[in-house]
Design a protein around this ligand. Structure first.
Ligand code: UDP
Length: 327
C-alpha cells in the first residue's frame, strides 16, 4: 500500500512514516519544512519526501492520484503560533484541509484527519466523549484560533463524508515523545525539557493545577495506523489519548525527579509568557472508550516511563535531530 502523509516530516508524521515503513508499506511524506525529523528516513527505498505545501492544490492532486490512503497531519500547531500568527494557523488548517479533501474526493481516497483535543476548549465537564460540547473563549483571544480552525476543518471532513468520502477524524490528546519539538519551543514538555537539561528552574504557568493527559507517541501511533485500516473507523470521530490526568505542576515535579539535576519549579503568570492573547484550559481529559472499541488500542504507557525515554532521547546524540535543518 502507498500512504500519503501530509505533515509527514513533523512529530506525529515522522513516527507514522516509520510505522508504515515497518509494516512494509510505501510512504510519501509531504511537508513544507522541518526535514530534520525524517532525516534518518531519507535513504529508505520505500520513503519519499516531497517538500511542498498543502496550500498547493496541484501537488495534492498529483500525490492523491498515486496514494491508496491519505493521512492529513499538516497543520500549524503550538500555542506560540496561535498567539503570534493566527492568520497562518487559520489559513493552513482550514484552506489546506479543503485543498486536501478536494483532491482525496476526486481520486476516491480514504482520509484520516488529525484534529485535536483543543476543539473541546475549556468545557469543564471532563472526561469528554466525542460528542461533548465545545466551550471556547472569544475571538479576541488568539489562542482559540487553533481550536476554531481545526473544528472548521472537521466540519469540512464531515461534509465530505456526506458526499461519500471515507474519512476518520482523530482528536489527539497531548502526544509526546522523541522529536516532539525543538527544546525550549512548542509544547510544554519540550519547553520544560530544555530548562531541565540546563539545570534551570522549570517554568510552570499559573499555579500548575491545570491538567493534561500526556499520551506516549507509540500508543498514539498504534491508534493512528488502525484508524486508516480498520473499516469500522470510517466515518468516525475518535479521541486518541490516555485518560490518566496529570497536573502541570506534577508533570514538572516528575520531570525533575526522573531527570535529576538541580532544577526547581518557578511559577510564572500567563501574561508574562504568552501576552494577553492567551487563556488556559483548566482540565483536559478524553473519554477513550471509542478508541478501545473501534481501534482496539489502549494508551497504556505510564507517564514516568514515557518521560524517561523522552528525556534520554533528548539528552542523547539524537538531540540535534530535533533542531530543524532550516531555521
Ligand atoms: N505550560 C507551562 N509552562 C510552560 C509552557 C506551558 O506550565 O513553559 C502549561 C500551559 O499553560 C498549559 C500546559 O502547560 O497549561 C500545556 O501547554 P502546551 O503548550 O503543551 O499545550 P496545550 O496543552 O495547552 O495545548
Amino acid at each position: 500500500m502507498k500512504v500519503l502523509i501530509t505533515g509527514g516530516a513533523g512529530f506525529l508524521g515522522s513516527h507514522l512514516s516509520e510505522a508504515f515503513l515497518a509494516r512494509g508499506d510505501e510512504v510519501i511524506a509531504l511537508d513544507r519544512d522541518a526535514q530534520a525529523k525524517v532525516r534518518h528516513l531519507l535513504g529508505h527505498r520505500r520513503f519519499r519526501l516531497v517538500v511542498d505545501s498543502v496550500m498547493n492544490p496541484e501537488i495534492l492532486d498529483a500525490l492523491a492520484a498515486e496514494a491508496d490512503l491519505i493521512y492529513h497531519l499538516a497543520g500549524v500547531v503550538g500555542v506560540e503560533h496561535y498567539v503570534a500568527d493566527p492568520y497562518d494557523v487559520l489559513s493552513v488548517n482550514v484552506n489546506g484541509t479543503q485543498n486536501l479533501l478536494r483532491a482525496a474526493y476526486k481520486h476516491g481516497r480514504r482520509v484520516v484527519f488529525s484534529s485535536t483535543s483543543e476543539v473541546y476548549g475549556r468545557n469543564p465537564a471532563v472526561p469528554w466523549s466525542e460528542d461533548a460540547d465545545r466551550v471556547l473563549g472569544p475571538t479576541t483571544i488568539d489562542r482559540w484560533c487553533y481550536a476554531t480552525s481545526k473544528a472548521a476543518a472537521e466540519h469540512f471532513c464531515l461534509a465530505y463524508r456526506r458526499l461519500g468520502l471515507p474519512i476518520t477524524v482523530l482528536r489527539f490528546f497531548n502526544v509526546y515523545g522523541p522529536r516532539l519539538d525543538r527544546l525550549d519551543v512548542g509544547r510544554v514538555i519540550a519547553i520544560l525539557l530544555g530548562q531541565l537539561l540546563r539545570g534551570e528552574p522549570l517554568t510552570v504557568i499559573g499555579d500548575g493545577s491545570q491538567t493534561r493527559c500526556f499520551t506516549w507517541i507509540d500508543d498514539a501511533i498504534r491508534a493512528t495506523v488502525a484508524a486508516g485500516i480498520v473499516s469500522a473507523a470510517e466515518g468516525q470521530v475518535i479521541n486518541v489519548g490516555t485518560d490518566q490526568e496529570t497536573s502541570i505542576r506534577a508533570l514538572a515535579e516528575l520531570m525533575i525527579r526522573i531527570g535529576g539535576g538541580p532544577s526547581t519549579i518557578r511559577f510564572v503568570p500567563h501574561a508574562s509568557v504568552y501576552g494577553d492573547s492567551y487563556e488556559d484550559v483548566p482540565r483536559r481529559v478524553p473519554d477513550v472508550r471509542r478508541m478501545k472499541r473501534i481501534l482496539a488500542v489502549e494508551a497504556t504507557t505510564a507517564l514516568a516511563d514515557g518521560l524517561a525515554r523522552t528525556i534520554a532521547w533528548f539528552r542523547g546524540a539524537n538531540a540535534d535531530a530535533a533542531r530543524p535543518a532550516v531555521a
